[in-house]
Design a protein around this ligand. Structure first.
Ligand code: SAH
Length: 489
């Protein structure tokens, strides 16, 4: 019998781009994904449609899945013949109990591999602008647990060796025990003036830091109510921390955006926002299924063809190719309902016009997605007389509701961007599955709409719209978000 396979993968410290290429490839292949609390839920968006997602962190209605139960699940799924991804924060071998999981798989005779990741001690330090070693300030580096199996939960460590033998020390899970840790280090010979840097939620938009020294930091942590997940970096390198790191200086650092999506794949604007430092969640996730052409349809009979998405344009030209129709036999003018559609038309060396340039005609064909047909077609009386054709269907991948739920639970949305009225309706339909409504979402986040049609749709559905872009463009959105960030800094 074929036995499944298990990938024990390091997801990196938070920023989704900090997962290795190999880790990403394994994740995309998995039938089942078991993931921890500290794994960025956005990574789940790259799992294959239909993959089963198992959360191993704490939930309000359930205690943490115990390690033994996780081991058993890994074995169970593998023996069912599934490809299993066990996704762990940071590096799986740094306080990640990967050794126990590997041993359980060995024992059950299940094949597996371990994919390393960037550990938080290095990732969070780097994103806070501090290198863990430096020729002038630190020649050695240790990762140390701040929490242990000892009865009092305090780490059993060779304090003398650590205090005097290592330059830079990264404590994991150490916030609660910080007073004890500082005390031990000082008592065993480390100067109370040794610089200390805490980085909470390193490498993501919520990153926060705190600086002090061994004598002062414990009190500061209490005052600022710093909590886990945080790395405590002790050593001279910590003094290299500047007011803001390269990461925190990005123009949209700290913005958490839910970006309404109506097509498969990343939107160009959303990718730009990510590049500028925002945490962006495109929602919902969609999978495009192409429709077959009705054998009888003849494009030659129309004098206007209106495309409602770039996909519809691609589909149309693919049909011409398949049916061996020469473009010169089509006399219709081509219209695009959006700039993107016009651009797609023009990429085929045909002129594309905006729909506002249309004149009356009774030989008109509209090509759009199934979603547009069900959601938008009736709302438009733009094209009184027309034939209609569905080029493709954008199916919602249910997993994205799972991701959305986790992101909302973690309070990681402060801005919602609706690029179109269709996006407003799409998000609103899906969000119900996450027990949210336009009203509750408006309480959590500012709503930004691209233009009056979009704002109208949002208000009708119950959103409070804070901003409407005068000219719906990437530049204007970025400017607005930047000024928002400035106000909150
Ligand atoms: N395997 C993980 C560590 C798991 S232990 C790794 O290699 O990073 C969990 C601890 O890791 C947390 O308590 C915290 O100390 C640290 N940690 C994980 N993610 C972090 C992050 N984004 N920022 C700061 N600390 C983090």
């Amino acid at each position: 019998m074929y036995k499944g396979y298990v990938y024990l993968i390091g997801a990196g410290p938070g920023d989704v781009r900090l997962m290795t290429v190999k880790g990403q490839q394994c994740l995309e292949k998995a039938d089942v994904v078991l993931y921890d609390r500290l794994v960025n839920p956005l990574l789940l968006e790259t799992t294959k449609p239909g993959a089963e997602l198992v959360y191993c962190g704490k939930l309000p209605d359930r205690h943490l899945l115990r390690q033994e139960a996780i081991n058993d699940l890994l074995v169970k799924y593998a023996l069912e013949g599934k490809r299993v991804a066990r996704l762990k924060g940071g590096d799986p071998s740094v306080f990640g109990r990967v050794g126990e999981e590997a041993a359980a798989l060995e024992e059950a005779g299940v094949s597996y591999e371990i994919v390393p990741g960037i550990t938080a001690g290095i990732g969070a330090a780097t994103y806070a602008g501090v290198p863990v070693t430096h020729r002038d300030h630190g020649a050695s580096f240790a990762v140390v647990t701040g929490h242990d199996k000892s009865p009092a939960g305090q780490p059993i460590i060779d304090w003398k060796g650590l205090a005097t033998g290592v330059d830079t020390i990264a404590f994991y899970m150490g916030v609660k025990n910080l007073p004890y840790i500082c005390e031990q280090l000082i008592e065993h010979g480390r100067s109370p003036k040794t610089p200390v840097l805490l980085v909470q939620w390193g490498t993501v938009g919520r990153q926060k830091t705190l600086t002090g020294d061994l004598a002062t930091i414990a009190e500061l942590v209490q005052k600022e109510s710093f909590s886990n997940p945080a790395i405590t970096l002790v050593g001279e390198v910590a003094k290299l921390r500047t007011k803001e790191s390269w990461f925190e200086r990005q123009p949209l650092f700290g913005k958490h955006i839910l970006f309404g999506r109506t097509t498969e794949g990343p939107s160009e604007i959303a990718s730009e926002l990510t590049k500028l430092g925002a945490d962006v969640f495109e929602y919902p996730r969609l999978l495009t299924k192409e429709d077959q052409l009705d054998a009888d349809i003849s494009f030659e009979q129309y004098d206007q063809i209106i495309f409602h998405s770039p996909k519809s344009v691609d589909w149309f030209f693919a049909q011409l190719r398949n049916k061996r129709i020469d473009i010169r036999s089509i006399h219709a003018r081509f219209y695009g309902a959006s700039k993107k559609s016009i651009k797609a038309i023009e990429s085929f060396a045909c002129l594309g016009f905006g729909v506002h340039e249309m004149i009356e005609s009774d030989r008109r064909l509209v090509i759009a997605s199934k979603n547009w047909e069900t959601r938008e077609r009736k709302r438009y009386d733009l094209y009184s007389e027309h034939d209609f054709f569905v080029s493709h269907t954008d199916e919602v991948i249910e997993q994205s509701n799972f991701t959305c739920q986790r992101i909302l639970d973690e309070d990681r949305v402060d801005t919602i961007v609706f690029p179109s009225a269709e996006a407003v309706r799409m998000v609103t339909e899906q969000i119900l599955a996450c027990q949210e409504t336009p009203e509750t979402l408006s309480k959590r986040a500012e709503v930004i709409c691209f233009g009056p049609e979009t704002a109208k749709a949002a208000i009708e559905l119950g959103y409070e719209v804070q901003h409407m872009l005068q000219k719906p463009s990437k530049e204007e959105l970025v400017d607005m978000l930047k000024s928002n960030v400035k106000q909150s800094r």
